[in-house]
Design a protein around this ligand. Structure first.
Ligand SMILES: [Zn+2]
Length: 529
């Protein structure tokens, strides 16, 4: 055992208080060129928006693999298969009334046939939620095999603040959860009812994101749910009016724990034309092993939305901020630890995820093929800020685990405050690669320099709300200061050092708003708020 002298103790204490360390100094010394380079390359037009399975997507994977090797790290590809489906025509009808593709309804038919037609009894399934976390069960073991489910988005907390998490969207309010849950019932199809207040975005957004190809992991298709789609509320109202049903009445019933699925007494027919294909894509994984046998997984998705040939002018979704800047942050952290060559208690896994934009598919695949006990925590990077200095830090999802306190300490030691991410209410924690880790029971955060920028502007909110986010304008700008990118790198380095120094294993500490498997396979009940 090494002797600890007063002198080393003194240095340790000093280090603890000031937060200064050799590794953190290295963050301060990163050049502007080093901060820029990964973003600049990944967002170049020649990569064509880095969609999975495309030439640009593959180039991005090879680039990261090569970059990790250049740093002296072991790097490997993790290939996986995706199924892609794209509709070219869709018809939803009931009685004499027909709804129009894109205008009234969108969706995805997840079977190989080119022509399809499904008919089933229309059943209103309320919010389509079944969870012991809030003692809520909209399904009540009803036999729904072959039915066509109509399901509300969001959760009852939006209407009754005392239940669920009030107006903060829980995972049970997300449309993706509704589909996962409906797939367990044996139903043939689900139509999510779109309203702007419950979805959080208007019909245009639904239409845009569901009019192209939809990608799925094969495991998510092993069920009877052949059609997953959306219906616009006014269009549904017109279908119901034909059958003398008042939607508002159905809505009122759905706000009660006593709710059970309601057979609406008419049939819905969903038919259309479909094309399907399989494609292969790859995560890239590099590693710095530690002595504990557990790794902290750092992650950032490399894919973006590709190109849209229907657009006039610029067709390329360059994804410079989403998610070039986050991949840049992660690769700089890899550089700092690789260069320092220090021994670690918790090793580091650098996970470059594919197909995040298609539904967190790369991180889901990684988690499903990892051993839970070998992962200490996940630190994810998403749309890392590229602007001026930020006065604080955030860790989306931090409130659920001991990671928030750790981030708060590290931020304070670096002269920054800590604030919770203001957009968490819109479910952003559920919408990037940290979430599949959390769902597997692994404490996970999205770490970033925060929204309080020195000038008073909130660049992050501006980006996500009506800014360049998910548009062709998310392009590289050589004039970016990249101060908040540097800060994010330094926060992560500090956090990794903190966890390694304290050897504290991150754990849940608060009531979870999403289901997590317990060791016994049951969902973990609230651990007091
Ligand atoms: Zn993203």
């Amino acid at each position: 055992m090494r002797k600890i002298t007063f002198a080393t103790l003194g240095i340790l204490c000093l280090t603890w208080i000031s937060g200064a360390s050799d590794l953190q100094d290295r963050c301060d010394k990163l050049s502007q060129g080093q901060l820029q380079s990964v973003i600049e390359f990944l967002s170049a037009d020649v990569l064509e928006g880095r969609a999975p399975g495309t030439r640009g997507g593959e180039l991005a994977e090879i680039y990261m693999h090569s970059l990790f090797k250049q740093l002296g790290l072991k790097s490997r590809f993790q290939p996986f298969t995706l199924h892609g489906f794209q509709l070219s025509a869709l018809n939803v009808s009931a009685g004499g009334r027909e709804l129009l593709f894109l205008e009234d309804t969108v969706g995805s038919y997840t079977q190989a046939e080119n022509q399809f037609s499904i008919e089933g009894d229309a059943v209103f399934a309320g919010f389509g939620i079944r969870t012991s976390l809030w003692e809520w069960d909209d399904y009540k073991k009803t036999d729904l095999r072959g039915k066509i489910l109509l399901v509300r988005v969001n959760d009852p907390g939006l209407f009754i603040p005392q239940i669920f998490d009030g107006s903060t969207l829980t995972y049970f309010g997300r449309w993706i959860y509704k589909i996962e849950e409906a797939a367990k019932t044996g139903a043939a199809a689900i139509l999510l009812i779109h309203t702007t207040p419950t979805a959080g975005y208007d019909w245009q957004v639904v239409k845009n994101s569901w009019s192209g190809e939809e990608l799925y992991l094969p495991a998510s298709l092993e069920n009877d749910l052949k059609f997953r789609g959306w219906i616009r509320e006014p269009s549904l109202k017109s279908l119901l009016a034909e059958n003398k049903i008042d939607l508002e009445k159905l809505y009122r019933k759905s706000l009660s724990r006593k709710f059970r699925p309601m057979d609406l007494g008419f049939k819905i027919r969903i038919s259309g034309r479909n094309s399907s294909r399989q494609l292969r894509t790859r995560n890239v994984i590099a590693e710095i092993p530690g002595s504990s046998g557990k790794n902290i997984v750092l992650s950032a998705h490399i894919d973006h939305l590709g190109r849209d040939e229907q657009l006039e002018g610029d067709q390329i979704f360059n994804g410079a901020i989403d998610n070039g800047s986050a991949v840049a942050a992660m690769s700089l952290i890899a550089r700092i630890f690789a260069d320092a060559g220090k021994e670690l208690h918790y090793g580091l896994t650098f996970l470059v995820c594919q197909a995040e934009e298609a539904g967190l598919l790369g991180s889901k695949y990684f988690v499903a093929n990892s051993k839970r006990e070998e992962i200490a925590a996940n630190i994810n990077f998403e749309s890392t800020p590229v602007w001026e200095k930020s006065l604080d830090a955030f860790a989306a999802g931090g409130r659920y685990s001991t990671l928030e306190e750790a981030v708060r300490l590290v931020a304070a030691a670096q002269g920054m405050g800590y604030s919770r991410f203001s957009l968490t209410d819109q479910g952003l924690f559920y919408r990037s690669d940290q979430f599949p880790f959390a769902q597997a029971g692994i404490p996970a955060i999205w770490l970033s320099a925060g929204e309080k920028f020195a000038s008073g502007r909130n660049h992050i909110a501006e980006f996500f709300k009506g800014g360049a986010y998910h548009t062709v304008k998310d392009e590289y700008n050589p004039a970016w200061e990249l101060k908040s990118l540097r800060q994010t790198v330094k926060l992560a380095v500090g956090l990794i050092e903190h966890l390694n120094r304290t050897r504290e294993l991150p754990r849940w500490k608060a009531r979870l708003t999403f289901p997590v498997p317990s060791p016994e396979g049951k969902s973990v009940k609230a651990i007091n708020k």
